[in-house]
Ligand binder design. Structure first.
Ligand code: FCB
Length: 423
């Protein structure tokens, strides 16, 4: 690919953003995460207090020079019962966020579901219950009517694959079920139905001044066997690929359903390799140092695999012919040099895919802030801004990567890293 040092220019109008989700940053939330305590003792109760500090956080975005922001709207704040009117005060707060973003020249992408539900949805069995579908569709109809002149980029579901997998197969997210494959499939199926119906509403009701765009955010992880000739590890990798990639993509975008979406959101972090049935990633407990000894390059979560970004983008392009937004990419590490390299390598891969014809419209760094990383609590540092959780004022400070990202956003270009990693 590119020799090191090349300046890779992105097209005019490319969106450079950051991303967050309500449960991870807002605090003061009542959903299934409220009473969840991570092994490090972390809870989402206060989180980054973005609920109150969003004006300051939007100023940070301006300082970064980002021109876009992907954020979630928390369903549990807005509807207290099925088919109920939206809560006026909570709606006014989201309207204020959108107005401030507009003043700052920052394009919002609104996420409608990001790993959390109102308590009344959870008490009826969450998304395993088909009744969640009309309830969500009603919520979306009301929300779109209220916000359509302020939002044109809509992301219905964030990573339905991760949500259904970690909540119903791995037991990491509430309701912490294990190996309930039937429930996993039902959740995906119901969410896919809800996506199609919600997308129709968004496309029909959206504001005529700016054509609405809608899609899901699909997490794409590559699953490989560490040793090519190990049949069991290959089988495990294939089963994961089939269940989390193929089955989910087909449910949301297969056949006629593709027409519901106007874009695909891609959340891309890297890959998982299996060795003797074990997932060789830090998120499964393998120490980063030991993985390095195997020759794996990992952040504190998964193996990094920038070459995979070109592959998945080309695949999605060939299969669906829809524009793509990279709705999430980021690395968790205390080593800022590592994160900088990772960002440059992935952006070089992204640029390569675009040069090869893939229509990518934007990139959102996960995340604006260090935050509540679900079952890992506060131990994973994904932020461009550090938050001092020991200080009750929760002060934010720019990390070195924020300076790097800021230069990229402002220049609309990136200086490439050498693409020398083995496959
Ligand atoms: C994604 C989630 C996001 C965050 C990042 C690290 O899977 O969408 O909330 O947890 O991973």
């Amino acid at each position: 690919m590119m020799p090191p040092g090349n300046i890779l220019q992105f097209p005019a109008g490319f969106l450079w953003g950051t991303a967050t989700s309500p449960t991870q940053v807002e605090g003061h939330i009542e959903n299934e995460w409220t009473d969840f305590t991570a092994p490090d003792g972390g809870t989402c109760r206060i989180a980054c207090d973005h609920y109150h500090r969003y004006p300051e956080d939007i100023e940070w975005m301006s300082r970064l020079g980002a021109n876009a922001y992907r954020f979630g709207i928390e369903w549990s704040r807005l509807q207290s019962a099925p088919f109920a009117p939206l809560d006026r005060n909570e709606l006014a707060r989201y309207v204020d966020i959108l107005d401030r973003l507009k003043l700052a020249g920052i394009t919002p992408m609104a996420v409608l579901h990001h790993f959390s539900n109102p308590p009344w949805i959870n008490s009826m069995g969450g998304w395993t219950n088909a009744a969640a579908v009309p309830a969500f569709v009603d919520y979306v109809r009301r929300l779109v009517a209220a916000l359509k002149d302020r939002v044109y980029l809509w992301n219905t579901f964030n990573e339905p694959d991760t949500y259904a997998c970690v909540a119903y197969l791995l037991g990491g997210f509430p309701p912490q079920r294990k190996w309930k494959l039937g429930q996993f499939r039902r959740v995906i199926d119901h969410m896919a139905h809800a996506h199609v119906q919600a997308s129709q509403i968004i496309r029909q009701e959206g504001d005529a001044r700016r054509k609405p765009e809608v899609g899901i955010a699909k997490n794409w992880t590559f699953f490989h066997a560490y040793k090519r000739f190990s049949p069991w590890d290959r089988m495990t990798a294939f089963a994961c690929h089939y269940t989390f990639n193929k089955f989910v993509l087909d449910a949301f975008l297969g056949g006629g359903r593709r027409r519901a979406s106007t874009f695909i959101g891609l959340n891309y972090y890297g890959r998982v390799r299996f060795h003797h049935f074990r997932a060789m990633i830090p998120a499964s407990g393998a120490p980063v140092q030991r993985l390095n000894d195997f020759g794996f390059v990992c952040d504190d979560m998964v193996e990094r695999y920038p070459a995979g970004l070109v592959k998945i983008l080309s695949y999605l392009h060939r299969k669906f012919r829809l524009p793509v937004y990279i709705t999430e990419h980021g690395a968790a590490s205390q080593d800022e040099k590592f994160r900088e390299r990772d960002l440059r390598e992935n952006l070089a891969a992204l640029h390569g895919a675009m040069a090869g014809g893939v229509d990518v419209r934007g990139f959102f760094y996960w995340s604006l802030l260090d935050n509540f990383e679900w079952q890992f609590g506060y131990s994973k540092k994904f932020g461009l801004l550090a938050v001092d959780f020991a200080d009750e004022k929760l002060p934010r400070t720019m990390k070195p990567l924020a300076e790097v990202y800021s230069r990229i956003c402002r220049a609309n270009s990136v200086q490439a890293e050498l693409q020398g990693r083995p496959e």
